[in-house]
Write a protein that binds this ligand. Structure first.
Ligand code: ZN
Ligand code: ZN
Ligand code: FE
Length: 763
């Protein structure tokens, strides 16, 4: 039969994910002769066979590649036929200057699960089992190319059985760099709180049993430590809260299996897909009304962050532990995630009773990702394990470094049509997190070989990330570009939705440095990736007390009270909060240490405080989260029952005045209307004034596409109902999905802005 020869180039994440053995196996299946190799561009395949076989071979590559790979492009050239004897895997050809894509750490695959559950398998109960389809990647890689000797697995020499798997192209563990077994690989051990090793046959079982007894354990996992206790033991949970000094922020839990999750939470199809998929993030689910779990897991919260075991170690832990475990990132309040055995022990020995340690080092710690389902799609809140550093394709992007915001920091680099967002770094508020940030940036620049053509920073003069960028730019003689915070939010949403034309950006946020040096955060911008114009915003109020204002919602309330048309404000302030109320109000009236703000986050804080739902925040966003949680289940927007507001036009900007809202809520409180009703009515008012401001802008500027971004849109009630009413009013609405709407998405927007500015700059 007539034979043909195809030369196939496959682009995407195709290295370190079992792509070559996959190609080898389907070549065997379809009787293809030739070779496959890895190179900097991706994978090359020289394939000969009949036309039918070649087409079937090609269709398999395109349609059923290995689970961790991501094929972005397949190019096929027909070459002159030559005869090959067999099909071989050739040595890699790595061009030093080209990018090597690195897979995130992935959850254990079904085949490896079968191995560790099978008493006859040599990996039965082995907590570091992995293969080319699963296991650690990014967190253990020190240098590239991705070979074992450049990872933290370097110190373990493979035994003959493991080496055989590693070198056999037909084996699932062919070139699985972290391949290991009981004989040759990493192992676990237990320390008590005094640092003494406890002699036990089965360290994981020992820990599971201690957790059953009510102890707190620090457990070293895939890419960092967790603090862990029985999720159904109220006493243990409160003990953990006290020791960790975390009074009320919800704890994530890990459940033994799907059945346990469904016992306590409502789970829809997409949520189940994400929970059981290859990344296994924490998914925020709605607790069932019949849920009997302790309230202390997530106080005053109808949601619960849940994940499934994502490593063999976690899976084995559940063989002897309670079926639902608190699994919270192990760090001391505000500091980065613990990942080094010695420092984790030093920092956590007042919190944990026991430590489950192991000797596979983590090179780069990565936090658990947090996600939820909104508007029938995934909506990421914290993008980390399983997601970062997967790139976003972005055509013709320059080489850039974007330093990100100060809170919920991520940074980003870009090169060769790809943007690499770092995983969640945290709040750059202390030296430790800042050091962690710098180490991550240098790691990204090294492994992706980026030499930035420009550095992009936030305009805020006091951000640590901004100072870092300024210094980097100076030391490396690279141009610096400042991007306004809310423009970056808008650009982030546009970049994610692949839009480059002008739209109306509605950016509802906590804090961002405005062009007039005020704190912005309730903004309507008409803009694209390059430019923007502020068309409307929430009226300014005077926020007193600097950074304290964010921790103390009472300061937001006094700012809004002062700006309201109410009479006898001092009496109201006193009635609500006694002397403290009056004294803050007076400072606002005198404009002492005040800053102007249009932040809608602060309006939510004010209302939350007014309803006495949250008067002091123990974590960022607490006041608005609890305000949303006060709304009864299954309610939705009703435009007939809202508070009064006004939209005025001053010069060329609309302002939305919320003064009457505060006035109306105070009178309803006097009438004993419930918190739940007031919260709902307040949310509906926000939705209503947003819609009507957008309609005015639509009429004047003929723009009917809206992008919603900013941290406040993590509010599910607000985002879903606003999207619905805007859509019903004829708007095309764009929202975030795989990149956070909160400040975790800022660095993506900074890349889009910087790239656009460089592109249009005259040479
Ligand atoms: Zn596997
Ligand atoms: Zn071995
Ligand atoms: Fe922001």
């Amino acid at each position: 039969m007539d034979k043909k020869r195809y030369f196939i180039t496959v682009h995407g994440i195709v290295q370190g994910v079992g792509f070559r053995p996959f190609v080898y196996n389907i070549a065997y299946k379809f009787n293809i002769k030739g070779w496959v190799n890895n190179n900097s561009e991706g994978v090359y395949i020289d394939a000969t066979g009949t036309k039918e076989d070649l087409e079937a071979f090609l269709s398999n590559i395109k349609n059923s590649p290995p689970p961790l790979s991501k094929v972005t492009k397949v190019i096929v050239e027909t070459l002159e036929y030559i005869e090959y004897e067999n099909f071989t895997i050739k040595e890699s050809q790595i061009d030093e200057n080209k990018i090597t894509l690195i897979s995130p750490d992935m959850a254990i695959c079904d085949d490896c699960l079968k191995d560790i559950r099978d008493p006859h398998n040599r990996r039965y109960g082995y907590p570091f089992t992995n293969c080319t389809n699963c296991g650690p990647r990014f967190s253990i890689i020190k240098f590239i190319p991705y070979d074992r000797d450049k990872t933290t697995m370097e110190k373990f020499k493979m035994c003959p059985s493991c080496l055989h798997e590693y070198t056999d192209p037909r084996n699932r563990r062919f070139h699985a760099q972290p391949n290991a077994c009981k004989t040759c690989g990493p192992s676990v051990y237990v320390l008590d709180k005094n640092g003494n090793e406890i002699k036990t046959e089965d360290p994981i079982k020992f820990i599971g049993e201690k957790i059953k007894e009510g102890c707190i354990a620090a457990i070293k996992g895939l890419s960092g430590f967790h603090l862990c206790c029985n999720g159904e033991d109220n006493f243990a949970i409160n003990k953990l809260r006290n020791r960790k000094n975390r009074p009320s922020k919800a704890f994530a839990v890990m459940a033994k299996d799907m059945e346990i999750i469904k016992k306590h939470c409502n789970v829809n199809k997409l949520e189940e897909e994400i929970l059981t998929g290859i990344r296994k993030p924490i998914v925020l689910l709605q607790k069932k009304s019949s849920c009997t779990l302790p309230e202390s897991l997530a106080p005053y919260n109808k949601n619960l962050g849940v994940m499934l075991p994502y490593t063999p170690l976690h899976e084995i832990l559940f063989w002897n532990s309670p079926e639902l475990l608190v699994m919270t990132s192990a760090n001391i309040s505000g500091l980065p995630l613990e990942y080094i055995n010695e420092t984790a022990y030093d920092h956590l020995n007042n919190i944990a009773d026991y430590f489950l340690m192991h000797n596979r080092d983590i090179y780069m710690p990565v936090d658990d990702s947090v996600t939820k389902v909104l508007l029938n799609k995934e909506f990421i809140i914290r993008r980390a394990r399983g997601y970062a550093p997967n790139p976003m394709n972005y055509k013709d992007v320059k080489q850039l470094l974007c330093c990100g915001p100060n809170m919920k920091n991520t940074f980003a680099v870009s090169k060769e049509n790809m943007i690499f967002l770092s995983s969640h770094i945290g709040d750059l508020e202390n030296l430790e997190t800042y050091e962690h940030y710098k180490r991550n940036i240098h790691h990204f620049i090294n492994i992706f070989k980026v030499s930035p053509e420009a550095i992009i920073v936030d305009k805020h003069p006091l951000y640590m990330s901004t100072s870092f960028g300024e210094e980097y730019s100076k030391n490396n003689n690279v141009p610096l570009i400042y991007a306004q915070h809310h423009h970056a939010h808008l650009a982030s949403c546009l970049a994610e939705n692949k839009i480059s034309h002008k739209v109306l950006g509605i950016i509802y946020d906590g804090t961002g440095y405005g062009d007039d040096e005020a704190i912005w955060g309730g903004e309507f911008l008409i803009g694209d990736l390059k430019d923007y114009k502020r068309i409307a915003h929430l009226s300014y109020v005077k926020l007193q007390g600097g950074d304290a204002a964010i921790k103390e919602p009472i300061r937001s309330l006094m700012a809004h009270l002062e700006a309201s048309p109410l009479a006898h404000k001092e009496d109201i302030a006193f009635k609500l909060f006694g002397d403290k109320g009056i004294s803050i109000l007076k400072l606002v009236q005198k404009n002492f240490n005040c800053i102007k703000t249009s932040s809608i986050g602060r309006l939510f804080d004010a209302v939350s405080c007014l309803l006495n739902i949250c008067t002091k925040q123990s974590y960022e966003g607490e006041a608005s989260i609890l305000l949303e949680q006060a709304i009864e289940r299954d309610m939705s927007y009703n435009c007939m029952n809202i508070y009064r507001y006004t939209i005025e036009k001053n010069q060329d900007c609309y302002t939305i005045n919320a003064g009457n809202i505060i006035e109306d809520i105070i009178s309803e409180l006097n009438l004993n209307n419930s918190k739940s009703n007031i919260s709902k009515k307040f949310h509906d008012t926000v939705i209503d004034f947003t819609l009507h401001t957008a309609l005015k802008i639509k009429e004047e500027f003929h723009i009917n596409e809206v992008a919603l971004s900013g941290g406040v849109f993590q509010n599910s009630y607000l985002l879903t109902n606003l999207t619905k009413v805007l859509t019903d009013a004829g708007f095309m609405v764009y929202t975030h999905s795989l990149y956070p709407s909160n400040d975790g998405g800022i660095s993506l927007g900074q890349i889009a802005i910087g790239n656009e500015i460089l592109k249009t700059k005259k040479p």
